[in-house]
Write a protein that binds this ligand. Structure first.
Ligand code: GLN
Length: 542
């Protein structure tokens, strides 16, 4: 069949959840047997979000092919279980870079290079790139930002042109917000009407409207919106606040979103999507009542989107273990020897978060020392793993002042050091060790037991690594290097065998945990936390 292109735009305000709506629609179409991919177009000038502070746009996600991407791609993968790539996330910066490169090469020789047609043509080329591979029946394109933003204008113009060119093979879903005014006790559709007008001014007539709301909309109101906005009444769908994002596909299906999309793109809309695996997960997620308490020690705790993939991975793992996740964010900058006991005492397991730079690092060492001495299931991820190594060096192996050269160039024990290939690189953007790499695990390690395999592949994002010169001292002192890259020998996993569960990974397992395939290491960590909780209860009840 010819590839169908679905554009998802947003109006009124940002943060309405275009990513979740796109992912939910993809889930429904996949469950009906179609091949689907989702891509995100971000209107900012950065080439990718890799250089952005997490306070700006939340977590930076990493694709298997080593692209630093918007966190929405994490949602896409978690919902669809299908890997994304560099082609799935394009920014204004990338579009301009490629047009300017072509101009310098002389590709436009003689022509004035302009937003229309050159920038819009480049956007259109990127929109169709995935469709042209022949691998997808549906390409869902989420346009970042809000209609009316100056930055997103060229993207909307490209969508307008594409809809004209593609005819029935393209449609536009517009997501807006219907606020509830408490004082007036009224839901207001005016912002939606304005936002659709603005889209129409850009030459785009939405086919489907999805209205985000905190209160159920009466059907008369949906009909009114339909009438004002030239949309058929059955194509006005409401998206009420959901107890979990994983319920949204079901809410959309109940209102026929998948059916309407199929009908409007000329496909057979009979039959039902097979959501059995999804429902199995959701049932577990929603019926679990016993809590499992996990502490996440990091420096971006004010903004929980900064650790999105970790919190979602934990929630998947907890659900499959029939537990309700209670994730407690612990600010690493505020954690001290004096209050660590009080802050960590109630935890069943502790995660030491990834990150960059000095800020908050001492709190991570304090947490790690406490966790190690109290033998609590502990999971260090990337910088968290590096901190595990440093803390062990300082407090167990007697290497006073041990550090990573990221924090201290002059450390007498550079147990974490810059990777050889990083030493000559000065640019910050896109130059880390990025993407999926193989790792070989020691057969008798806890990590191998968790994965049920000694050969794994996980995604990376870092510049520094375990310094192999110190390996013997660590191994003799009780910390084992149990995972290695088979080609380079880089240490990817460490563990302390005498402990209940004390594992650090140089890679980020959270980038590869999906609803249908939770990451085995997170599941093993939650299981260890459950076992520890049981042990504590048993002692307590004695
Ligand atoms: N800052 C560390 C490095 O670059 C860890 C990075 C991370 O946690 N993602 O190696």
């Amino acid at each position: 069949m010819e590839t169908k292109y679905i554009f998802v735009t947003g109006g009124v305000v940002s943060s309405l959840g275009k990513g979740i709506i796109s992912s939910s629609l993809a889930r429904l179409l996949l469950s009906r047997g179609y091949r689907v991919t989702i891509q995100k177009f971000d209107p900012y000038i950065n080439i990718d979000p890799g250089t952005l502070n997490p306070y700006e746009h939340g977590e930076c996600y990493v694709t298997a092919d080593g692209h630093e991407a918007d966190l929405d791609l994490g949602h896409y993968e978690r919902f669809t279980n299908i890997q994304t790539s560099r082609a799935n996330n394009v920014t204004t910066g990338r579009i301009y870079q490629s047009v300017i490169d072509k101009e310098r090469r002389g590709d436009y020789l003689g022509k004035t290079v302009q937003i229309i047609p050159h920038i819009t043509d480049e956007i259109k080329r990127c929109v169709k790139k995935l469709g042209n591979t022949g691998k997808y029946d549906f390409v869902i394109t989420e346009i970042g930002g809000t209609v009316g933003d100056i930055e997103s204008t060229p993207f909307l113009e490209a969508v307008r042109q594409l809809r004209w060119e593609l005819g029935k093979n393209a449609l536009c879903i517009h997501l807006t917000y219907v606020p509830y005014l408490k004082a007036a006790k009224e839901l207001k559709t005016k912002p939606t009407q304005h936002s659709v007008k603005m889209l129409q001014q850009a030459g785009i007539q939405p086919d489907i409207l999805i209205l985000r709301t905190e209160k159920e909309l009466p059907s008369s109101m949906c009909r009114k919106v339909a009438q004002f906005c030239n949309v058929s009444p059955d194509a006005v769908i409401q998206s009420l606040d959901a107890p979990t994002i994983y319920e949204v596909p079901l809410m959309m299906h109940a209102q026929g979103l998948d059916k309407i999309v199929l009908e409007k793109t000329g496909l057979n809309a009979d039959g039902e999507p097979d959501l059995s695996g999804w429902n199995h997960f959701l049932h577990k997620l929603e019926t679990a009542t016993e809590e499992i308490r996990i502490g996440l020690v990091g420096k971006y705790v004010e903004l929980q989107d900064a650790y999105k993939s970790i919190s979602e991975s934990l929630s998947h793992a907890a659900a499959y273990c029939d537990k309700k996740l209670r994730l407690i964010y612990i600010h690493s900058e505020k954690l001290t020897e004096e209050d660590v006991d009080e802050k960590l005492r109630e935890m069943d397991g502790v995660i030491i978060a990834p990150g960059f730079g000095q800020r908050g690092i001492e709190g991570k060492f304090v947490a790690l020392k406490w966790c190690r001495e109290h033998d609590i299931p502990t999971f260090g991820i990337c910088l968290g793993m590096q901190c595990m190594v440093i803390e062990y060096a300082r407090n167990v192996l007697g290497m006073e002042g041990a550090n990573s050269t990221e924090m201290d160039h002059a450390t007498p024990y550079n147990v974490i050091d810059l990777m050889e290939e990083q030493k000559s690189i000065s640019n910050l953007g896109g130059t880390m060790r990025l993407g999926a790499y193989e790792c070989e695990l020691a057969p008798d390690s806890l990590a191998a037991k968790a994965y049920g395999s000694t050969k794994i592949r996980e995604r990376h994002r870092h510049r520094f690594e375990f310094n192999d010169n110190f390996r013997d001292r660590f191994e003799e002192g009780g910390m084992r290097c149990v995972g290695r890259n088979p080609e380079t020998g880089l240490v990817e996993v460490v563990e302390v065998p005498g402990k209940r569960w004390f594992i650090g990974t140089q890679y980020h397992p959270e980038y590869q945990s999906t609803v249908l395939h939770p990451n085995p290491l997170f599941v093993a960590f939650i299981k260890a936390a459950i076992a520890y909780e049981h042990e504590r209860l048993a002692i307590h009840n004695d």
